[in-house]
Design a protein. Structure first.
Length: 73
């Protein structure tokens, strides 16, 4: 079973939420308490262990903010 680890370029994120909409396991959301220097709310992962490394979030991100690392189990 594949698992993934997500990393984000927080300063490039515009908080568009496309990644949130396309995540099939629904682990992404905007963090109401964290913002980057431009004032955009940042994406947070609720449970990294549920990430299936599908990379849908990275594919739909218009600014290439998300990096998906595949971890084999």
């Amino acid at each position: 079973m594949k698992r993934g680890r997500l990393t984000f370029d927080d300063e490039s994120c515009k908080g568009c939420e496309l990644c949130v909409s396309f995540c099939p396991v629904e682990i992404l959301s905007l963090d109401p308490d964290r913002m980057n220097q431009k004032g955009y709310h940042l994406i947070t992962v609720s449970d990294m262990n549920k990430c299936i490394a599908c990379a849908q979030c990275a594919i739909v991100c218009p600014d290439s903010v998300i990096k998906v690392e595949v971890l084999e189990q």
